[in-house]
Ligand binder design. Sequence first.
Ligand SMILES: Cc1cc2nc3c(=O)[nH]c(=O)nc-3n(C[C@H](O)[C@H](O)[C@H](O)COP(=O)(O)OP(=O)(O)OC[C@H]3O[C@@H](n4cnc5c(N)ncnc54)[C@H](O)[C@@H]3O)c2cc1C
Length: 467
Amino acid sequence: MKKSSKNNIEVKDRKKILVLGGGFAGIEVLRRLENKFENDFTVDLVMVSNNNFFLFTPMLPEVASGMIETRHIVTPVRAFCKRARFYEATVRSIDFQKRQATISNVIGNRDDLANWHDHTLDYDYLVLALGGETNFFGMEDVKKYSYTMKSLGDAIVLRNHVIDMLEQASIEQDGVLGKSLMTFVVVGGGFAGVETVGELNALVRDAVKDFYNDIDIKDIRVVLVNASDKILPEVSDDLSKFTAQKLKESGIEIILENPVSSATVSAVKLKDGTVIETNTLVWAGGVTPEKIVKELQCEHDKGGRIIVDGYLGVKGFDGIYALGDCASITDQSTGRPYPPTAQNAVEQAKVVASNLISAIRGGAKVSFNYKSRGIMAQIGKKSGVGILFGMKTHGLLAWMIWRTYYLSHLPTLEKKLRVVTDWSLDLFFKPDITRLKTFTENQEIQTKVFSDAVSSAPARETKSETT
Ligand SMILES: Cc1cc2nc3c(=O)[nH]c(=O)nc-3n(C[C@H](O)[C@H](O)[C@H](O)COP(=O)(O)OP(=O)(O)OC[C@H]3O[C@@H](n4cnc5c(N)ncnc54)[C@H](O)[C@@H]3O)c2cc1C
C-alpha cells in the first residue's frame, strides 16, 4: 500500500538518482546524498538492493563461529533512508541508453518465474554498487560441494554444518569417516579465507575441548589451501609469514601454491594430485562481478569489473558511476587496480557522492586518489596482523586495533553495543554449540543450490511498470 509523501509531489525537472546495491559502497553514497538533499525535493533518491539489510562483512567469520550473534552485524537499509525510497528487489537489467533499470520482487516460490514481478525505474543518475559474487573459476563441482562465506546465510549454514560434523563425529565408529568428518578445508589466502579459517579453527577446537569427550582432539584437521605462494598478499612478506606462523601455531595446516582442481561431497583434490578426505570445503577463493554487471554494454577488465575514469564515472556514459567490488579503478601511484576492500568502497563512495552533488548543484568534480591508511586482519583468538600508517603491527595489539577500528565503523550505536556485549560474554563462557535446525538437511542443500540459481535466473519477458 502506498502512502503519500513529499517524495510523491510532482516537481518539474526532478532529478532521479538511482543507487543499486546496499553494501559498503551504496550505503555510503546514500548516506551522503541523504544529508545533502535532506530537504531538497527536486531530487528523487531511490535505493535498490536484494537484501533489506546492510551486512558488515569483516565480522561475518565471527558470526560463522558463533562469537557474534547473527543479527548484530546487519542493519536494515531503511534505517539509512530518511527520505530515500528503498526497494528490496533484484536488479535484473540495466539500460544505459534508455536510462532505465528493471528490478524484480518475488512473491511466493522463487523457483517459479511467474512469481517474479518486474518494475522499471527511470533514472537521470545511476550508481552501480552491486559488489560481486563468489568466484569458482568455472569449477562446477567445487561450486556444488563447497560452503561459501559471502552472505549472512552462508555464515549461518556453515556454522550449522560444522556443529553437525561434530555431532556426527562423536557417534561415528568408522575411524576413517570420523577423521574425514573432523577435517575442515578452507580455500583462499585473502582476508576472507584467513579470517574464516582462524574462526573455524577456534570454534572446532574450543567445542571439542569443552563438549565432545568422544572426539580425540588429535583428529581435528583444519587446512588452509591457497593457489599462490603467500597468504594475505596485501601485506608485506614478513607480516604474511607471521600470519602463517601464527595460524600454524594454532593448529592450522597451510598448503601453498597448490590450487584446488576438483571436489566431491567427501573429498577435495589439489592440482598436484593430493586428495584430502573431508566433508567440509569452504570456498573463499575470490569474487567476480555478477552476470548482469559483466554483460553491461561498457568497458570491462578481464575479470568483468566495470572500468571507470578517474572520477569513477563509467567511460562514455555521463552521470553513471561504478564503485566498490564491481568496479575496476586504477591506483595511479601503483598502476594496479585498487583491491576489493570495504575501506576502498567507502572512500570511493565519498567521491561518487561528491560528484553527484556537483552535477546537480554545480561545482567541480573530484577524482579518486586514495592512499590507504592501513590494512588489518584478525587471524584467530587474540591475534591479528596489520599495517597502519606504514607501521607493521601484529599479535594482541593488532587484534585490539582491529576490533576497535571495525567496532567504530559499525553503523549504529545499538549494533556497536550488541557486538561489544557478544565479545565480552565470549571471554567468560564456553562456545554456544546449539545447532538451529531451521530447515531439514535436504532443504539446506536446496536452499544453497537455489540461491545460486536465483542469481543466474534468466530474464523473462518484462511485465513493465514505471515506478
Ligand atoms: C568474509 C569476508 C570478510 C571480509 N573482510 C574484510 C575486511 O576485514 N576488511 C575489508 O576492507 N574488506 C573485507 N571484505 C571485503 C568487503 O566486504 C568488500 O570489499 C565490500 O563489501 C565491497 O563493498 P561493495 O559495496 O562494493 O559490495 P557489497 O558490500 O558486496 O554490496 C553489494 C550489495 O549489492 C547487493 N546486490 C548484489 N547484486 C544485486 C542485484 N542483482 N540486485 C540487487 N542488489 C544486489 C547486495 O545484496 C549487497 O547489498 C570481506 C569480505 C568477506 C566476504
